[in-house]
Design a binder for this molecule. Sequence first.
Ligand SMILES: Cc1cc2nc3c(=O)[nH]c(=O)nc-3n(C[C@H](O)[C@H](O)[C@H](O)COP(=O)(O)O)c2cc1C
Length: 161
Amino acid sequence: MSILETIKSRRTIKNFKTDPVSSEQLISWLEAAAMAPNHRMTEPWEIYVIGQETRAKLNHKTNFGNAPVLMAILSKHGATSIETEENALATACFVQNFNLAAWEEGVGTFWSSIAATAKNREILGVPEEYDVIGVFGVGYPEEIHEPKPRTPINNKVKELP
Ligand SMILES: Cc1cc2nc3c(=O)[nH]c(=O)nc-3n(C[C@H](O)[C@H](O)[C@H](O)COP(=O)(O)O)c2cc1C
C-alpha cells in the first residue's frame, strides 16, 4: 500500500479476530511509532502492555472488541504546561504512526478513552505525571466499517492575507 492508501483505508476496529499478534510485530510497529516528531527529543511516550488480570479489572463493556493485545499509551508531563501539551501532541503522532504501521500489515486498533477516569488510571497504575493518551485494542479485524464521511476539507481551510 502507498502511504496515502494506508492513511485513507485505515479504520477504527471494534471487533477483532482471535488470531494472535506477536510481540515482534508489536515492537516493530512501536519502533516505527517512535520516529514521531517530538520537540526537544523528549520522547514522552510510554507503553503499558496490559495483561489479562488488569484487563479484567478495566471491565470494558465489549472487552475491547476481543482484541488479542491491549496496551495503554502514556505521555509524560513536561517541566511547563506548554511542554506537557507538546508532549501529548507528540504522543498522538506516535499513536497514529503505530496505527498506520500496523494497518499496513493488516492489523487494526481500537482507541478507547477508558483511562480518562481516576479509577481506571489507578487500575493501570499510572503515575500522576503522566497523561493516558488512550487504551488500544490491537488485532486482525473481524469487520471493517465503511469510511465515516468527513467535512469537505475546503470548509476547514482559511486563507490569510
Ligand atoms: C482521542 C481519541 C479518543 C477516542 N476514544 C474513543 C472511545 O473511547 N471509544 C470509541 O469507540 N472510539 C474512540 N475513538 C475513535 C473514534 O471514535 C474514531 O476514530 C472515529 O469514530 C472515526 O472513525 P475511524 O477512526 O474509523 O475513521 C477515539 C479517537 C480519538 C482520536
